[in-house]
Every structure is written in structure tokens, then in C-alpha cells.
Design a protein. Structure first.
Lengths: 389, 120
């Protein structure tokens, strides 16, 4: 093994790392802690990444995602906050009903993706959940571009995700009303006497919830959920393999300032009301490029890849159209092993002509060209609880 | 003779042939292994050269040749069942066998007590 063989999995704990309210719980449960976005976070617990991943798909997993950013937007007229946010996000925020949540993208002037986020409407305010690495920049961006009448406040709260087919039963034991929620509902729910904000969402491809709660309540609520035999604590390692199998984008890897929403296959998050011909078409950063790409199609696309062999193909691996090709045609943006698939899986950006299902391209791994096939996303079907419409 | 490197490999010598694997500490640190790439029999390895790859769900790690020599055998069973390397890294989970160019180089490596005392 190389001189610092375990650097990628066991970086020594640096001083100055931030600690979430569940930090002590992670240590107590024997987590292997790693620095992540400035926080000392659990990579996995003694059960290990594979078992944690499989358990989440079959039962329920509890994830500490308190490092993520939570931001409240408020205005005397709540509709003004929604209108104002539409100037930064190409989504239908005005039409987002109280008690509902939506996925959206903060775009930049070049049509790239500053961040991806969730927007929930709580009636008197909007609550955003943004990526940990971007939370300071997102808050500054919001404050710089929202009108003075709309205040953006960072919420210093814990965030717990409970994911998997048994998440509803586990959470309903301490908060019965969540059983009536459907996918992308958002509700203020008291849990163990604490004011919590619950959304029926997550980032694993499974049914589940995200629970925003006061720091002081985090331990008690987490332990109450973990007291259910179906619930296991899950680290960031399995969080990543679960989202990869679900075909979900990781900002900073699959999407970022260099990718447009259309290239990323996220045009579904831009509804017709914001597109050409819509009542509130455009009016967001990068609108010219993004709307043109929706109309004409992008030149490259995010795709799923299944290596034909057993070797995982990881982020950064160049892709070639031919085994002996000299010029890369794209790059793997996320990749690894899918425990539920029992096989390696990856996502990549490829020219549209090479991005059709079944196309064979070659990934360069340690100097070898490995055949990989373009496949539809997600790798594992989603288990969301969609209501009757 | 059992020897260790500070890169968390073990070597067991029988004459001029040594069996090489990763230590229990390394296996524990890597977590669940999902893929192993072994050198080809007949390959000539120089000390410090990438000889094998062990991959967990999360990351790939090179296993560098601890000493110079020729690969005389590889553990195909381990390549077929990477998880077994994680569960028995210093037994059934050996990776490959090397005929050393200079068997005396083994003397420069750590014994078990020295490896156990290595800060990890």
C-alpha cells in the first residue's frame, strides 16, 4: 500500500473541525469519523458501509445531515419571498403550496449550477436546505440578490434524515401524524415536545423523512428513533452509495458551475411556467442559455454507466469512444460500487451522440481501458411514497 | 519469518518466496472490500511499484511491492471474493507470492512486535 495508504478513508482528524449536535452519539456508537465540509462526520459505524447501505434499502437508516445548510426566507408578504426567489431559481416557487416542498437549482449567469437545494413552503416562510459546502456562499448570494423586504436567515438547527421502507413506521411511533404525509410534503410537527419541521423526502431513492430540529432535541429524537430495531445509524459512505444508485446528483461532482441543468438531466426541475411561452418564463440567472438548451437540446448529457467488469470506475476517470481512442470524450463524475446492485456503477458527462442507452465506451482506470455501458438512471428504482393525485 | 511494512503489508517468507497481503489493521481501515486487482504471474516488480489494488465501496488503494522480485503465484480465490480478504487478510486473504531478487532485504523490514508498536 502506498506511503499514506489510508488517506482517502482515514484522514487524521484535523483540529478546528466543527461538531454537530449528534457528534457525541456518533462517537458513542463507534463511528469512524472523517472531516467532511469542515465537520467531523461519521463515514460509517461498526456494521460497515455495505451493511448500512443494504439495511437502509430493506429497513430504515438514520443519517446525521446537520452539516447541511438550512435557510429561512421571510417577508411581510410571504408571496413576495416566493416571487423574489424565482429570480434566482428556475422553479415554480410562486405555485408551491403551503405544506409542500420542491427540488430546485440556484443557477449562475453562465447557466451553470451554483447549488442544488430543497425549497419548502411553511406558509409564513420558505425553508431552504442547501449543500454543506455551499451554505455560506448561498446565504451571501441570497442576501446580495433578494430585495431588502425579504430576509434570509441561517437556521442553526440539527437535521436528521430517516430513510428506507420502514422509516414511516419508525417515525410514526413518536410522531403519528407523519404517516399521512406524502412524498415532498412539509409540516411542522412536534416530536418529543420539540418544534420540528418534517419533510417527506431524502436523498437515497427510498421513502423517508428529513427532520429539522433544535440542536438540544437532536440526541433525544435520534436515540428514540434508533430504539426501533428497524433503524440503524448510517454514515456518509452509505449515504453516497445510496444516492449514486438512486441516480441523484452530487453538487461539486456530477453538477456544478461547469454544468447546466439541461446537461445534468435536471430540466424536469424547470417547469413549463418558467420556460419559453410560460407565464413567468426566464428571469433567472443564465436563463438565455438554459432555455435555449431546453429548446434545442444540450451537446452533452449526464448518463448512467455500468462497467462490464467488476472494477469500480471512479470520479475523474476519462472516457473514450474507442478502446484505443486518444482524445477523451467525457469524464466520470461519480462512481463506485453499488451494494444493492452488487456491481460497480457510475455517472458521467458524455456527448449526446454517445449518451444513448446501450452505447459502449471505455473508461481509463490505472492505465487500462475498461468497457462500460450507458444505462438508464436510476440504477435502483425509487421507493417514494407518492400520493394519489 | 513474518515481516511487516509501514504501508501495512505483511510478508511471510518460505525460502526465497514470500507471500504478501494486507494487514488486519489495513483491512479494518479500508472497510468492506468489493474489488481486488492482482498482478500477473511472471510480472517483475520493483520495490515501491504498484503491484495490486484493493477497493472498498468508497475508495481504491494501491498495494505497492514491498520488495523487488517476480510474481510466482496470485490468490485467484481472493480476487473472486474480495470480502474474504477483509475477513481473513493475514490468512486465506493473501494476495500474491513473490520470488525475491534479494531475500536478505527481508531483514530490513519490521517484525510483528515492531509493527504492533507502529503509531497507526
Amino acid at each position: 500500500m502506498h506511503a499514506d495508504p489510508l488517506a482517502t478513508v482515514d484522514t487524521p482528524r484535523a483540529s478546528g473541525l466543527l461538531r454537530n449536535p449528534l457528534h457525541a452519539l456518533h462517537l458513542r456508537r463507534g463511528a469512524r469519523m472523517v472531516p467532511f465540509s469542515g465537520y467531523d462526520m461519521p463515514l460509517h459505524y461498526p456494521a460497515g458501509l455495505l451493511k448500512e447501505h443494504i439495511h437502509t434499502r430493506a429497513n430504515a437508516g438514520l443519517f446525521d445531515v446537520s452539516h447541511m445548510g438550512q435557510i429561512a426566507l421571510a417577508a411581510d408578504d410571504p408571496a413576495e419571498a416566493a416571487r423574489a426567489l424565482e429570480a434566482l431559481i428556475p422553479a415554480d416557487i410562486v405555485g408551491l403550496k403551503p405544506g409542500r416542498q420542491r427540488y430546485g437549482l440556484l443557477t449562475d449567469a453562465a447557466g451553470g449550477i451554483r447549488d442544488d437545494l430543497m425549497v419548502g413552503n411553511l406558509g409564513d416562510r420558505l425553508v431552504l436546505v442547501v449543500n454543506a459546502a455551499n451554505k455560506a456562499a448561498d446565504l451571501a448570494h441570497l442576501r446580495a440578490y433578494l430585495p431588502a423586504a425579504v430576509t434570509a436567515t441561517a437556521l442553526d438547527r440539527a437535521l436528521i434524515a430517516l430513510q428506507g421502507p420502514k422509516a414511516e413506521a419508525a417515525l410514526a411511533r413518536i410522531a403519528p401524524q407523519v404517516a399521512a404525509m406524502r412524498f415532498m410534503d412539509a409540516a411542522e410537527v412536534p416530536i418529543l415536545g420539540h418544534a420540528c419541521l418534517v419533510t417527506r423526502s431524502g436523498y437515497t431513492g427510498e421513502d423517508g423523512f428529513e427532520i429539522s430540529l433544535p440542536d438540544v432535541a437532536a440526541e433525544a429524537v435520534a436515540e428514540a428513533l434508533l430504539a426501533d430495531a428497524a433503524v440503524m445509524p448510517i454514515g456518509l459512505g452509505a449515504r453516497d452509495s445510496l444516492r449514486l444508485e438512486a441516480g441523484l446528483c452530487l453538487h461539486g461532482a456530477d453538477i456544478g458551475p461547469d454544468t447546466s441543468p439541461v446537461e445534468a438531466g435536471l430540466a424536469w426541475a424547470i417547469p413549463s411556467v418558467r420556460r419559453i411561452g410560460g407565464a413567468r418564463a426566464g428571469g433567472f440567472p443564465g436563463d438565455a442559455r438554459i432555455l435555449a438548451e431546453i429548446a434545442a437540446g444540450p451537446s452533452r448529457r449526464r448518463v448512467g454507466l455500468r462497467p462490464e467488469g467488476r472494477s469500480p470506475v471512479r470520479a475523474g476517470a476519462p472516457l473514450f469512444a474507442e478502446e484505443a481512442g486518444t482524445e477523451p470524450v467525457g469524464t466520470v463524475t461519480s462512481g463506485g460500487f453499488g451494494p444493492s446492485l452488487g456491481a460497480p456503477a457510475a455517472m458521467a458527462m458524455l456527448p449526446v451522440a454517445l449518451g444513448t442507452d446501450g452505447t459502449r465506451v471505455f473508461a481509463e482506470v490505472r492505465g487500462q481501458r475498461l468497457p462500460v455501458r450507458v444505462v438508464p438512471l436510476p440504477f435502483v428504482p425509487a421507493g417514494f411514497k407518492r400520493g394519489r393525485i | 519469518m513474518l515481516r511487516f511494512t509501514d504501508a501495512h503489508e505483511w510478508l511471510r517468507a518460505e525460502g526465497e518466496v514470500v507471500t504478501v497481503g494486507i494487514t488486519a489493521h489495513a483491512a479494518e481501515q479500508l472497510g468492506d472490500l468489493v474489488f481486488i486487482e492482482l498482478p500477473k504471474v511472471g510480472a517483475k516488480l520493483s520495490k515501491g511499484e504498484a503491484a495490486a489494488v484493493v477497493e472498498s465501496v468508497k475508495a481504491a488503494s494501491d498495494v505497492y511491492a514491498p520488495l523487488s522480485g517476480e510474481v510466482v503465484a496470485v490468490n485467484d480465490a481472493a480476487a473472486g471474493d474480495p470480502a474474504a480478504v477483509g475477513t481473513d487478510p493475514q490468512g486465506a486473504g493473501w494476495l500474491y507470492r513473490l520470488r525475491l531478487d534479494d531475500p536478505s532485504e527481508m531483514d530490513g523490514l519490521m517484525d510483528e512486535a515492531a509493527y504492533a508498536a507502529l503509531p497507526k
